[in-house]
Design a protein around this ligand. Sequence first.
Ligand code: SF4
Length: 206
Amino acid sequence: MIKTKITVGHSNIADFLQKYQNVEHFLAYCKQCQNYNSKWSCPPLAVNPRTYLDDYSEIYLIGLQMFYDEETKRQVNTKEKIVDFSAKLLRKMKNKFSDELLTIEKEFPNTVSFSSGGCAWCCKCTRSSGQPCRKPEKMRYSLDSFGIDLGKVTEEFLNIKLLWGLDKLPDYHTLIHALAVKDDTDGEILQKRLENLSIEAETVIL
Ligand code: SF4
């Protein structure tokens, strides 16, 4: 059985960006990613990554960890299985996590959510074929696309060590999503709502 855990941190957005954003540096890495210019959620964005967040005052970072039990580790025991299992599970969980935050966006007007990594709603994104996004109501930009140092955010801000492994399934994987809010949001209620998120792990058939 895969257990999940939610961790929430929040910051004034100006302080957060000053500490963790370096657009030039991190977008250079994005250019080496297969999602670059291939997914509408990824760079180059339709919005300016340096100014898009200017209207928001606070940002909530939400980490979703998926802890693997010994039986899962025993079954997912080759490099091929680890790659296949991780890709399938993380895609399902990313979409489930995004859906939860889209619901919260509706409950708290003047908020916008961010995903981690490339958008995973469609099997093949329309961007490469020059067509508009199929699900603009669900697509949210990846936090990485704004030049945010997600590794540092995860470790320093959420106190979670990012684990990866190809020879052995790590103890857990982590997805980092976020919610930016404007001045009029009741932060206390929102923080509780986020902390109480319950996102059960999906089943993956290998
Ligand atoms: S919703 Fe579909 S078309 Fe739009 S960015 Fe995501 S994968 Fe691409």
